[in-house]
Design a protein around this ligand. Structure first.
Ligand code: TYD
Ligand code: ZN
Length: 421
């Protein structure tokens, strides 16, 4: 690991405190989306420390190591999943946001990390003007080809000023599963505040730290995800940057997320009771003190050992096991649990950019679903956030006696009989 590729966090990016509680330490792990070309299988692979800590002042859950974003995002193999679950979710986001921000009249929606433009296409359908911002040039180009104007850039205060000057102020600035990837949140919030119209909303969708802990979604901890937020933490962060939390919705995507909106503190918006209730709930459930995080760490280690035992047991009994969905969280899971080609014959995935390559660190070959000649006896469900959709799609596999190993919150095997209920 070259030292300038990583910055180690000292002060909390939300509150500035340096008082941290250790939560989990996963050792050195390669980048979650760093799929390896088969020809490079023998070349040494870069790995970076993966460790989460909790700020004792504001309870931000943060990684200790920030990998240089140029390494993470220059060409990016993460493509928004072409799934029913995601399509439905994106329509819900348009409904939720459209209700609040007046978009149908041609209001401007700016999306950070707009990927291939899927979400913005839904907004355009609803009558909004749209502009994407995404530093992955390969993806920005795809979005442009689909008719979604996209700046191939990081969103920061400079980009925000440029957008305001050329496109006007925004009714909605949206960042779905991108805000938690940002180290310098202060500069992004300064930019958002400047670009927002008076009545505009800055809306982010981030994994909810409470869901992460409750559902033991430890595999969603990887280098891209620098922050895991409570609503209390976000509220404090927004206030520090001249924004007021307006509303929050809990959503099922990515193992439990929140869609949180904030307006300018000097604007017309007031805080909804839902926000206060969630903040009170976090305090009552102990999320503002050490105990919850300590216990989380212990549960992670237990679950991982259990999963490894289960998979190795199946293999030892002569069963064939493969991975389903070469997700980014699969990288954490496989590396952490020490599962690789010895246990998994292959890993199937619908993303063309991943097919024909090897999973990061563990080198399980990724196959297109249509290239799977003999389905295994068990699939380890690495894309468990799509469990229901995948089980529906794979009824033939289940009916033929196949099973799915769902790794979290505790390893369970689901077979045809269970899925059909
Ligand atoms: P994704 O949910 O995007 O999560 P992460 O952020 O952890 O990468 O990953 C899901 C992966 O699973 C993605 O690579 C696409 C793949 N996938 C399939 O192979 N088949 C499916 O039916 C679905 C829904 C996803
Ligand atoms: Zn803090």
């Amino acid at each position: 690991m070259s030292t300038d590729a990583v910055r180690f966090v000292t002060a909390c990016r939300v509150c500035g405190s340096r008082r941290w509680q250790e939560v989990v330490s996963f050792g050195s792990v390669p980048l979650a989306n760093g799929f390896v070309d088969a020809a490079e299988a023998d070349a040494p692979e870069e790995a970076y420390p993966l460790e989460a800590v909790s700020c004792r002042e504001c309870r931000l859950l943060s990684l200790t190591a920030v990998v240089d974003p140029h390494l993470l995002y220059r060409t990016y193999s993460y493509v928004t999943s072409d799934s029913e679950t995601m399509a439905r979710h994106m329509r819900t986001v348009v409904e939720l946001c459209g209700e609040r921000a007046a978009l149908a009249g041609g209001g401007l929606v700016v999306e950070l990390g707009s990927n291939t433009g899927d979400q913005l296409l839904y907004f355009r359908e609803a009558g909004a003007r749209v502009l994407g911002v995404d530093p992955a040039r390969n993806l920005a180009r795809v979005a442009e080809d689909r008719g979604v104007p996209t700046l191939p850039d990081y969103f920061d205060s400079a980009t925000a000023r440029e957008i305001a000057a050329t496109h006007g102020k925004a009714s909605l600035i949206l960042g779905r599963h991108v805000f938690a990837h940002i180290d310098d949140v202060a500069d992004v919030l300064a930019g958002a505040r400047e670009l927002l119209a008076d009545h505009g909303l800055f809306t982010i969708e981030v994994p909810y730290a409470v869901d992460l802990v409750e559902r033991l979604a430890f595999d969603t901890i990887y280098h891209e995800h620098l922050s895991y937020f409570l609503i209390s933490t976000l509220d404090r962060l927004f206030a520090r940057h001249g924004l007021r939390t307006v509303d929050v919705e809990r959503l099922a995507v990515h193992g439990g997320s929140v869609l949180v909106s904030a307006g300018r503190a000097d604007g017309p918006w007031r805080t909804h009771d839902r926000v206060r209730d969630l903040i009170a709930g976090e305090r009552a459930a102990g999320y503002l003190s050490d105990g919850v995080y300590q216990e989380f760490g212990a549960r992670v280690r237990r679950t991982c050992a259990e999963l490894t035992r289960l998979v190795r047991g199946l293999v030892a009994d002569g069963h064939r096991v493969a991975g389903y969905g070469a997700s980014a969280k699969g990288t954490t899971l496989l590396n952490l649990c020490g599962l690789g080609p010895g246990e998994l014959e292959f890993c199937t995935d619908t993303t063309p950019q991943k097919q024909g390559r090897l999973t990061p660190g563990t080198h399980v070959p990724v196959l297109a679903p249509q290239d799977v000649r003999r389905p295994p006896d068990y699939y380890l469900l690495l894309a468990w956030n799509y469990a229901e959709e995948i089980m529906r799609k794979e009824t033939a596999f289940l009916e033929a006696g196949g099973g799915f190993i769902v790794p979290v919150p505790e390893p369970t095997v689901r077979t045809g009989a269970v899925a059909a209920r």
